[in-house]
Design a protein around this ligand. Structure first.
Ligand code: PSU
Ligand code: MN
Length: 303
């Protein structure tokens, strides 16, 4: 195994004993949510996984070392420092080379978790095809990695700053089953439902676990997306959020924000336009996804 992995004892014991594990990412801590909400969400997500009887492994990079199972101090570093790299597939090796602190995105968290045999991962919203991608080709490497590893991913869809129709189609192209827990449609991250009909709506955790076993037996090769909508009491009206998204995208264009800065910029703009309503929704859905991931992982370990 890559010698630079530092696995927390709780996580390595769980791996050795075949206990259910859920990987959590760190970009939402460093770049997705503001301080101190980011620390609260990181800790509440770990608690939610543990409550469900599974073991949480938050993944990130400290001084160039890949940590699987970040402790409080390390989460604190990623949550409070201003010079944290956001690493996707193209730049993770550089942060390791330069011995930097870095936060892993969906793409790199899945890649690392897969290398140590973790098969569940929870996040807020995956990256995807950006609006205007036909001009600038901005497509998240999250899709690339989802197509490479068989990871069971619990999310509230793709972030709705994206071109959701193209993202949904790309997932199909990559052979990624798009299933949902109690919904007929892919969720819209901050809002409950898009117009895109999922491949199947599962109404019980038991059924999801049984379905995932089939994919194991069949040696399915890509990830599986398990959509879980934002909790109702925190959901935002689709038309209202779409207006904020539009205003934020216009501002990003004016300020010439590009590359990996686009997603964090838009999320933070929308948080201020919504007077933090979107932040509350984002926090709630992340913790709720960690809880569902923990429950499915636990059930999966028993079937
Ligand atoms: N989910 C959230 N907030 C986030 C992210 C996910 O609720 O900030 C992060 C993930 O790490 C995801 C990244 O991989 O946003 C996508 O960035 P990009 O579009 O630059 O690939
Ligand atoms: Mn991008």
């Amino acid at each position: 195994m890559f010698s630079k992995f530092k696995i927390d004892p709780k996580v390595s014991n769980a791996i050795n004993e075949g206990k259910p594990l859920v990987a959590l990412e760190s970009t939402l801590i460093s770049h997705g949510l503001p301080y101190p909400e980011n620390i609260k969400v990181a800790n509440d997500s770990i608690k939610a996984v543990e409550e469900s009887g599974s073991v949480a492994a938050t993944i990130g990079i400290i001084n160039g070392e890949i940590k699987i199972g970040l402790n409080d101090e390390e989460i604190n570093i990623l949550a409070t420092s201003t010079n944290i790299d956001k690493v996707s597939l193209h730049n993770i090796s550089l942060s390791i080379y330069e011995k930097k602190h870095a936060a892993t995105t969906v793409a790199t968290t899945i890649s690392i978790a897969s290398k140590v045999g973790i098969n569940f991962f929870a996040t807020g919203g995956i990256g995807g095809v950006h609006l205007g991608a036909e001009k600038n080709s901005d497509v998240s490497a999250d899709l690339t990695q989802l197509s490479r590893n068989k990871m069971f991913v619990i999310s509230s869809g793709a972030k709705s700053i994206l071109d959701l129709e193209k993202t949904f189609e790309k997932l199909e192209t990559f052979g990624i089953p798009r299933i949902a827990y109690n919904s007929d449609f892919m969720p819209g991250f901050w809002y409950e439902e898009t117009d895109f009909k999922v491949d199947k709506n599962f109404i019980s955790i038991n059924d999801i676990a049984n379905y995932l076993k089939i994919l194991e037996d069949y040696e399915h090769q890509s990830s599986v997306l398990i959509f879980n909508k934002v909790p109702k009491e925190k959901a935002i009206d689709k038309n209202i959020i779409q207006n904020w998204i539009k205003l934020s995208i216009d501002k990003a264009k004016q300020l010439n924000v590009t590359g990996k800065d686009v997603t964090p910029f838009l999320i933070s703009e929308i948080n201020s336009l919504s007077k933090n309503k979107s932040l509350e929704a984002n926090s709630a859905l992340i913790v709720n996804n960690a809880l569902l991931a923990g429950k499915i992982a636990k059930k999966f370990s028993l079937v």
